[in-house]
Design a protein around this ligand. Structure first.
Ligand code: HEM
Length: 359
């Protein structure tokens, strides 16, 4: 095997000159310090994205979009297709873990201030792929065409409709008509399996290229060390092997969840029935959903929900542009203003999510 690999490498080397790849593998280093653990979260998110691609393609072999076929094809996948139930469960659980790890990764780079110069665009591209991960979740939710998904999509697209000027138009474009129908399902299917993967991959490649070009961020305490005290590990094989070990652990957790907590299919959507009790969005939209529920019907002259949607939109934009916003540092404050903002954001998201499930 070793001989075969060596021969293959020299065969490729003769034709393509692999010096840049060899240099990269031999010289790329990762700083080693007490916060190094946070360097692994982006990799875990990437691993889960690969799982989504593979399981998504497998599901596509049997899934048939359409009002009369979507629900039936998913039922066929989980009851008749060999290991179909496993693939569907892994796809659903992995989607949730991906969003969870992307959030964790985002807050870890926020609190370690890795987004600062020169990594502004790494942050911006990261934020864009997080938004697209949420869009993946939203569009995928409808695909089994079950009751819960149908009404949650109705509520979700209604929220888009309250936007001023463009809202109604956008809602009709998203739904493919006035109501959530088979046309909405076709649209969401196209968005989920073609449009989003293409855009997501484009920004993900940019994100990874930026990281590759700049190397890993070195925190302040590490930077202040004298050169001889700074410790590094090689990217290949040391960091890559640790990455692989963590991926294996996450994979075990994923399989455990898929085996013991199967994803429910529920009842087929019936557009003429009344909305069932307890229609809720996915957990990662819960903080926004609950905040909108708390708002009064009118705030000053504006509709309460519209006010909430606008504030979330502006807040998201500011968060995306945070590397470009100058926030004064206070050397004698225990907690810096920017760290305080981050803590408020995390506490708000966690609190609203919990309230969303309790109330
Ligand atoms: C959703 C999918 C995402 C994937 C697959 C991904 C992937 C990665 C990977 C593999 C790394 C290098 C290892 C690491 O530092 O963890 C990284 C670094 C980074 N990511 Fe992401 N990321 C994602 C989302 C985000 C988000 C949402 C943000 C912020 C809004 C972000 C901002 C950054 C920054 C600033 C770095 C550089 C960190 C450093 O140099 O230490 N990423 N990402």
């Amino acid at each position: 095997m070793k001989k075969f690999t060596t021969n293959l490498v020299s065969w490729l080397d003769e034709r393509f000159d692999l010096t840049p790849v060899r240099n990269l593998l031999q010289h790329k280093k990762v700083p080693a310090h007490k916060y190094s653990f946070w360097y692994y979260l982006g990799g875990v998110t990437l691993f889960l994205f690969f799982i989504q691609l593979v399981t998504g393609i497998l599901l596509l072999l049997y899934y048939r979009p359409g009002e009369d076929s979507a629900y039936e094809s998913v039922r066929f996948i989980v009851t008749e297709v060999k290991f179909g139930w496993l693939i569907r469960n892994v796809h659903s659980w992995s989607a949730n873990l991906l969003v969870f790890f992307a959030f964790l990764h985002m807050f870890s780079v926020f609190f370690s201030k890795s987004y600062k110069k020169p990594r502004e665009l790494t942050w911006v591209t990261g934020f864009i792929i997080l938004v697209f991960s949420l869009a993946f979740g939203f569009s995928g939710y409808l695909l089994p065409w079950n009751e819960l998904a149908f009404f949650a999509t109705k509520v979700g697209t209604d929220i888009v409709g309250i936007l001023p000027v463009v809202g109604e138009k956008l809602k009709v474009i998203l739904r493919g008509g006035e109501d959530v129908t088979g046309a909405t399902l076709s649209r969401f299917f196209g968005i989920h399996v073609a449009i989003l993967p293409a855009i997501f991959t484009f920004f993900l490649v940019l994100h990874l290229l930026f990281i590759q070009r700049q190397g890993m961020h070195e925190p302040e305490h590490f930077n202040n060390l004298p050169e001889e005290k700074k410790k590094y590990i090689s990217f290949f094989p040391d960091f890559a092997l640790r990455d692989a070990l963590l991926w294996l652990i996450v994979f075990d957790i994923l399989i455990f969840l898929a085996l013991y907590f199967p994803w429910e299919l529920g009842n087929k959507a019936d557009p003429f029935s009344a909305a069932p009790e307890g229609i809720r969005p996915e957990w990662y939209f819960m903080f926004m959903f609950q905040t909108l529920k708390f708002l009064p019907a009118h705030i000053v002259f504006i509709d309460g929900e519209l006010f909430g949607v606008l504030v979330f939109g502006i807040a998201g934009l500011v968060w995306m542009l945070i590397p470009f916003i100058k926030i004064k540092e206070r050397p004698n404050w225990k907690i810096q203003p920017i760290t305080f903002i981050g803590i408020v954001v995390v506490v708000f998201i966690v609190l609203m999510t919990i309230l969303g499930y309790l109330l």
